[in-house]
Design a protein around this ligand. Structure first.
Ligand code: 5SP
Ligand code: FE2
Length: 217
C-alpha cells in the first residue's frame, strides 16, 4: 500500500486566525497545501490571487498544490507558476482540445513543476487515458467545483478505480488525488479505491487540525 498524502484546502481556513492555523498545519502530518483558485467564470465563486500564494510560501515548507478553476488555464498557469506553485492543476473542461492539455502540461514541466489535470464530476475520466504520459497528478472532483463543505459523491470512486488500472497498465507513476467532501469515513473509501492524495477543506479546518489530518492517514 502506498503512502497517503493529505492536502488541506485553504478555502476553509479561518482567515481571522491565519497565523495560528498555519502554525497547526506546519505541526501536522499534512505534506501539501491545496490552494483553490476560482475566477468567478469557470465556477460561480472568486478566491485567491498569486500574491497570497507568495505569502503562504514564506510561512510554510509544505508543497504548494495549486488547483485553478478558471476559464483561461493558459494565462493562470503562467501566473501561478511564477508565484511559486509546486504542483499546478488545471481543468480538462477549460481546455480547447487534447493538444492544449498536453501543451499546458509541458509548459508546467518546463518550469520544473508537476502537472495536474482535473475532471469535473460529469466528465468521463477516460479522456485522460491518452494524456497520462504528461500528467503527474490526476485530480478527480468528488463534488461540483466552486465551494467547500459539499457532500462526497461516492460514484466518483469508479473513476478512481478506472484510472488506477490505466496508470498500472501504462506503467506510469501518476498520482490520483480526490477533492471534495473528504472526511475520516470518505477517506477510507477513497484510499481503498486507490487514491494517493486527499484534499480536505472543511473537515480539517472545522476540527482540531492536527487530529483531523491524522484521522485521514
Ligand atoms: O476545489 C474545491 C472546491 O471546488 C475543493 O478543494 C474544496 O475546498 C474542498 O472542500 P471540502 O469539500 O473538503 O470542504
Ligand atoms: Fe480544490
Amino acid at each position: 500500500m502506498t503512502k497517503t498524502i493529505v492536502a488541506p484546502s485553504i478555502l476553509s481556513l479561518d482567515y481571522a486566525n491565519v497565523s495560528e492555523q498555519l502554525k497547526q498545519l506546519n505541526e501536522s502530518k499534512a505534506e501539501w497545501l491545496h490552494f483553490d483558485v476560482m475566477d468567478g467564470h469557470f465556477v460561480p465563486n472568486l478566491t485567491f490571487g498569486p500574491d497570497l500564494l507568495k505569502g503562504f510560501k514564506k510561512c510554510t515548507d509544505m508543497v504548494m498544490d495549486v488547483h485553478i478553476m478558471v476559464e483561461d488555464p493558459v494565462f493562470f498557469t503562467d501566473v501561478f507558476l511564477k508565484a511559486g506553485a509546486d504542483i499546478l492543476t488545471f481543468h480538462y473542461e477549460a481546455c480547447k482540445d487534447e493538444k492544449e492539455v498536453r501543451m499546458i502540461c509541458e509548459e508546467i514541466h518546463a518550469c520544473h513543476a508537476k502537472a495536474g489535470v482535473s475532471v469535473k464530476p460529469g466528465t468521463p475520466i477516460s479522456v485522460l487515458d491518452p494524456l497520462l504520459d504528461v500528467i503527474d497528478v490526476v485530480l478527480i472532483m468528488s463534488v461540483e467545483p466552486g465551494f467547500g463543505g459539499q457532500s462526497f459523491m461516492e460514484d466518483m470512486l469508479e473513476k478512481v478505480r478506472y484510472i488506477k488500472k490505466q496508470i498500472v497498465e501504462q506503467n506510469r507513476s501518476t498520482l490520483i488525488e480526490i477533492d471534495g467532501g473528504i472526511n475520516a469515513d470518505t477517506a477510507k473509501l477513497a484510499k481503498a479505491a486507490g487514491v494517493d492524495v486527499l484534499v480536505a477543506g472543511s473537515y480539517v479546518f472545522r476540527n482540531d487540525i492536527k487530529a483531523a489530518v491524522e484521522s485521514l492517514l
